[in-house]
Design a protein around this ligand. Structure first.
Ligand SMILES: Nc1ncnc2c1ncn2[C@@H]1O[C@H](COP(=O)(O)OP(=O)(O)OP(=O)(O)O)[C@@H](O)[C@H]1O
Length: 301
C-alpha cells in the first residue's frame, strides 16, 4: 500500500519546548487516521507540518511524495481545517463560498450547500460575528466540500452541538466512501469518532506511543477489575498503562495479548477482563509517564 504521508524522525523545538521528539509514522493512501492524545501532546504541531505550514527542526516529512513546505503542487492537494482560520472583516458566508472553489479544484457546490443547510449557518451575519460552533461549521464546509485528496481535520468539532456533530459524521463518511481521500483527524471526542478511524496514532509528550490499525489497538488493550491483590497478581508480568483503586478494588488498563493461563487465573480470582475502548486506551496512555518513553509494537491477540 502506498503511503500518502510519511513522517520520519521529526523533531520540532520551540525554544526550550520540544513539541515533537523523533516522531515517525505513516498515513496510508485513502486511510482515515485518528490522531489522538492529551493537550499539548503535539497533534497540532505535527498536523501543521503535514499541512506545509511549519517545518521540522530535524527529520523529514513527505506528503504525496514531496516536502510540503512551500511546494505549491502538494499544498493544492491539501485541505487543512483548524480553529484559527481568519477571514476579512466584512466577509459573509457567500464571499467564502465564492472564493473557495478557486483553491479547490474538486470543489463540490452540492456538498457545500448540504452542509450550510444542515449546520444552519446564517447567510447574512458577518463571519466575524458567528458563534464558536458556527465558525467551526464554516471551516468544515471548506474542509469537506473541497474534496481534497489529503484532508487534515484538527479539532473540527469546537463548539459544535451534538446534532451538528452527528450530521457532520454522516456527510463525512458518505462523501469519503463516494470520493475516497486520505484523512487525518484529531479530536478529544474519541468515543464519538472512534468508528471513523481505520488507524490510530496516539501521541504523548511529543512522541508517538501507539501507531496501529484501530481494530488491532482495541483488541490488544484490556481493562482488568477486581480486588487489589488479585489484579496486582494478574498484572505482574503484563504491560500496565494505568491503574486506579477505590477502596479494596483495583482497575488496571493495559496493552498486550494475555495468554490462556492468565485468563484462567482471572476466572479463579474473579477478576473481570474486558476489551478497552479507544477512549480508555488513550486515557491510559496519557496517564502513564513511562509510555511516552517507548513506542508500542502491536501484536495481534
Ligand atoms: N509556537 C509555539 N511556541 C512555543 N511552544 C509551542 C508552540 N506551538 C506549540 N507549542 C508547544 O508544543 C507542545 C505541543 O503543542 P500542540 O499544539 O501540538 O499540542 P496538541 O496535542 O495539539 O494539544 P491540544 O490537544 O491541547 O490542542 C505544547 O507544549 C505547546 O505549548
Amino acid at each position: 500500500m502506498t503511503n500518502t504521508i510519511e513522517i520520519d524522525s521529526v523533531t520540532r523545538q520551540f525554544g526550550r519546548v520540544r513539541a515533537l521528539d523523533s516522531v515517525s509514522f505513516a498515513v496510508p493512501e485513502h486511510s482515515f487516521v485518528g490522531l489522538l492524545g492529551r493537550n499539548g501532546a503535539g497533534k497540532t504541531t505535527v498536523m501543521s507540518i503535514m499541512a506545509g505550514q511549519d517545518r521540522p527542526t530535524s527529520g523529514n516529512v513527505t506528503v504525496a511524495g514531496h516536502d510540503p513546505f512551500e511546494h505549491a503542487p502538494t499544498l493544492a492537494q491539501i485541505s487543512y481545517v483548524r480553529d484559527n482560520q481568519r477571514y476579512p472583516d466584512d466577509y459573509r458566508l457567500h464571499h467564502v463560498l465564492r472564493i473557495a472553489p478557486n483553491f479547490a479544484p474538486n470543489w463540490s457546490p452540492e456538498v457545500a450547500a448540504e452542509l450550510v443547510e444542515g449546520f444552519r449557518i446564517p447567510a447574512r451575519t458577518p463571519i466575524k460575528k458567528l458563534s464558536r460552533g458556527q465558525l467551526s461549521s464554516v471551516a468544515i464546509v471548506l474542509g469537506l466540500a473541497s474534496r481534497a485528496p489529503i484532508t487534515l481535520l484538527d479539532e473540527p468539532y469546537l463548539g459544535l452541538d451534538v446534532t451538528a456533530r452527528a450530521f457532520f459524521h454522516t456527510v463525512l463518511l458518505r462523501d469519503y466512501e463516494d470520493h475516497p481521500r486520505t484523512v487525518v483527524f484529531s479530536t478529544h471526542l474519541i468515543e464519538e469518532s472512534a468508528s471513523l478511524f481505520d488507524r490510530v496514532v496516539i501521541m504523548d509528550k511529543g512522541r508517538v506511543v501507539l501507531d496501529a490499525a484501530s481494530d488491532e489497538a482495541t483488541e490488544t488493550a484490556w481493562v482488568m477489575s477486581g480486588t487489589t491483590p488479585a489484579v496486582t497478581r494478574l498484572t505482574g508480568n503484563a504491560q500496565v498503562l494505568s491503574t486506579s483503586t477505590v477502596g479494596g478494588l483495583m482497575s488496571a488498563t493495559g496493552f498486550g495479548a494475555l495468554d490462556s493461563e492468565t485468563r484462567e487465573l482471572a476466572q479463579e480470582l474473579r477478576v473481570q477482563i474486558v476489551r478497552a475502548t479507544l477512549q480508555q486506551l488513550v486515557a491510559a496512555y496519557g496517564a502513564n509517564d513511562a509510555a511516552s518513553d517507548r513506542k508500542e509494537e502491536v501484536r495481534s491477540a
